[in-house]
Design a protein around this ligand. Structure first.
Ligand code: GCV
Length: 720
């Protein structure tokens, strides 16, 4: 070893020691949730004894930043979990080496001659092998990022106390682009953010980069999330100015070793605001040239820039239609600008111009479906899971299955805009599962949304998925300790959209709270029931968009003051003396016809429509006989009550866990659950009192008397 090598290996030991402290939380007293699911506290002694012989050293050679990250994570993670240092070695000289890397970074892995091609650029293989007669575990991949994903997977096996004997695992992500969309503004605020301020400190960048950004990238890499759109889709042109691009480049530099590429939301009118042009008409050659030059400038600074995310002609944003062009004209012009750099354009389908008598649920389909097959090869059309707007429950968006020649990417909302912000415990994997499992019947039975998203139904070349992030400057990242589970669930489903909600919950609980079997099963049940219960106390039986205007927290079914009719709850629930709900069948807007048969027919018939979507597709008579034998009004009221009962029971359940969950996080969650109970009661009472003015029926047995009068509920929104 020469003196340089000695110096660098000395530095490595120091930085590893620091990393081990950070990763294991040594010295950290408060359980603030900062470590997310990447907690590497010592496992129970019997597990340590089982694992120890198989994890004695880390052999992850190679000098890149990603290989450094792999070493630090594996050494720090294993040392923390096993309660003592783990050697970082250059070669396998004992049993129990964990070897990680690629055939390029590791001569050892190269010598195995494993056929890795099938793993693609981001997959990994983990196998228990003998190397020179010594027992070892090899984590191999085609790329260092693949090896990093494998390293996190290996750590997850330890964290969740799985066997690591005889491992033979091959995995690769099913979707190519797995990204977070941040609705972060340049002033540090976050649109629909409930976890503090933006993580990006634009003021201080690029000179000062918050070390926290590295942990953000680590957390994403641990799930396989490989993209991050930094700024709000309601975009400010300044994000594309030279000054802000340098800031974005500094962020990209931190993310790069973790495989997270940076994307930017582009304001369509930027050529005017930044470039001083008279127009942003996509057919104007000067405009196209401006975007081309802008793309060149970005790629100079951020060579692996992912591309542009665009909200155009939606909710007041500029777009091609401002210039009498269409969505394809706009998207393809931008796509041409980034194509030479292998960049992409993610064009959002969230477009719903208000027209007299129209149905917002059918608007995106009307606006985008006619362009099927017209978008350039490097365009993804990003479609929200449901046709309206991230409601607690929506049927799947009818564009899925309606654009076979267009590359569609689902957009999910991780942040809980309409789901009680970061105050309510609502695990969203079951909601997303329902979406993925929906059968569009586009090519006969089994044409699920999953198969459209992963590209298998239509041989889609470029695939992707986006989640609107719930991260912020709060120490626990997501505002509510359990909201972290939604970030986790999004990443896991983006990697494998077939994963069961139960598995995701189980993993997350074990990694975040405890492996204690009783607690795991109690919390899994709570998490799996939580979304349905929230639907019960907010918007049961197909109700939607009845939240207080603007902030969307708490109920306001009476609300009719918004300047746009379709922002008013009264537009959606249409309560009258006859009944409740939006008739989307032939006798109403007929937007149900956007679905393929037999789904269309199933939804369109009151008798066959799943009851969870009843008031979504039908104006349901108050005395309509439900499958339970009760009338609709009674059923509705009982759903509201059931939601409240669930929160109460969950509070009790949580109280019982006071001895198994650390005091800090236990108290924080208990506080949130108290708010959730208050809110659930408020939702039940306000909605039932209001709808009762139309139904004119008494509350059925089993439903509590409202605490206040309707007027009192109408006078003041719920505080958060
Ligand atoms: C970023 C909803 C939200 C808006 C959001 C919009 C969108 O309307 O309330 O805050 O804007 O969706 O997805 O573009």
């Amino acid at each position: 070893m020469n003196s340089d090598q000695r110096r660098s290996s000395g530095a490595l030991l120091v930085s590893l020691a620091i990393a081990v402290m950070l990763l294991t939380g040594a010295g950290v007293k408060a359980e603030d949730g900062y470590r997310l699911w990447l907690r590497y506290d010592p496992l129970p002694q019997q597990m340590i004894e089982l694992y120890r012989p198989r994890v004695t050293s880390i052999v992850a050679t190679g000098g890149s930043a990603t290989m450094d990250a792999i070493r630090v994570e594996l050494a720090g993670g294993c040392a923390g979990l096993l309660g003592g240092p783990v050697l970082v070695a250059e070669k396998v000289d004992r049993d129990g080496a964990v070897v990680a890397g690629t055939p390029k970074s590791s001569p050892l892995i190269a010598s195995l001659n494993w056929p890795l091609a099938g793993l693609g650029p981001e997959g990994f293989r983990i196998r228990s092998v003998k190397l020179g007669g010594r027992a070892a575990t090899v984590i191999a991949a085609n790329s260092e990022i693949g090896a990093l994903y494998g390293a996190f997977h290996f750590l997850r096996l330890l964290q969740t106390q799985q066997s690591i004997n005889n491992l033979n695992i091959s995995q690769k992500p099913r979707l190519q682009l797995r990204m977070l969309n941040h609705w972060d503004n340049l002033d540090g605020s976050v649109e629909r953010g409930y976890a503090g301020r933006s993580l990006w400190n634009w003021q201080e960048l690029p000179d000062k980069v918050d070390p926290r950004l590295r942990d953000y990238a680590r957390a994403n890499a641990s799930l396989g999330v490989n993209g991050s759109a930094l700024n709000n889709v309601n975009a400010n042109s300044r994000s594309l100015s030279a000054e802000y691009l340098r800031k974005a480049a500094a962020i990209a530099g931190v993310f790069r070793p973790y495989g997270v590429r940076v994307y930017l939301s582009a304001r369509f009118s930027a050529p005017i605001e930044l470039g001083g042009l008279k127009t942003a008409d996509p057919f104007d050659p000067e405009v196209a040239t401006w975007w081309k030059k802008k793309a060149d400038e970005i790629y100079q600074l951020i060579p692996d820039f992912g591309g542009f995310l665009v909200k155009a002609n939606s909710e007041g944003q500029p777009g091609p239609r401002t210039y009498n062009r269409n969505h394809v004209d706009g998207a393809n012009m931008l796509a041409a600008a980034v194509a030479p750099h292998n960049g992409i354009v993610i064009w959002r389908a969230f477009v719903y111009d208000m027209k007299e008598g129209y149905d917002r649920a059918g608007a995106a389909y009307g606006n985008l479906q006619p362009f099927d097959g017209k978008f350039a090869a490097n365009v993804l059309l990003q479609v929200k899971n449901g046709p309206i707007d991230f409601q607690p429950r929506e049927p799947f968006h009818p564009l899925f299955g309606a654009m076979p020649k267009t590359q569609l990417a689902p957009e999910l909302q991780i942040t809980q805009e309409y789901l009680g912000f970061s105050n309510h415990l609502a695990f969203l994997a079951p909601m997303w599962r329902e979406f993925f499992d929906s059968d569009t019947f586009a090519k006969g039975a089994g044409s699920t949304v999953t198969k459209i998203a992963d590209g298998s139904l239509y041989n889609q070349r470029l695939t992707g998925i986006a989640g609107v992030a719930n991260t912020g400057s709060d120490l626990n990242w997501s505002g509510h300790h359990f909201a972290q589970a939604n970030w986790y669930a999004f990443g896991r489903l983006a990697w494998n959209p077939d994963l069961a909600s139960k598995q995701i919950a189980d993993e997350w609980i074990r990694m975040t709270f405890t492996n204690d079997p009783k607690t795991v099963s109690a919390l899994t049940r709570v998490m799996l029931e939580s979304h349905e219960s929230l639907v019960d106390y907010m918007t049961p039986l197909g109700l939607h968009h009845i939240m207080w205007g603007g902030h969307h927290y708490g109920p306001a079914p009476w609300w009719d003051k918004e300047k746009r009719g379709d922002w008013n709850p009264t537009y959606y629930h249409r309560a009258d003396e006859r009944g409740l709900g939006f008739d989307r069948t032939k006798t109403g807007s007929n937007s149900v016809s956007q679905y393929h048969p037999p789904t269309r027919d199933l939804f369109a018939d009151l008798k066959t429509c799943p009851e969870k979507f009843l008031a979504w597709f039908h104006h349901v008579p108050w005395d309509y006989r439900m499958r339970s034998g009760r009338i609709f009004w009674d059923e509705l009221a009982l759903h509201y009550q059931r939601g409240v009962d669930w929160v109460r029971a969950t509070r009790k359940e949580w109280d019982k866990l006071a001895n198994v969950i650390d005091a800090d996080r236990h108290a924080a969650v208990a506080k949130k659950l108290a708010i959730q109970e208050r809110d659930a009661i408020h939702w039940r009472d306000a909605c039932l009192l209001y709808f009762q003015t139309f139904s004119k029926r008494p509350l059925p047995d089993g439903v509590e008397k409202p605490r206040k009068t309707l007027e009192e509920y109408q006078a003041k929104s719920l505080a958060w």
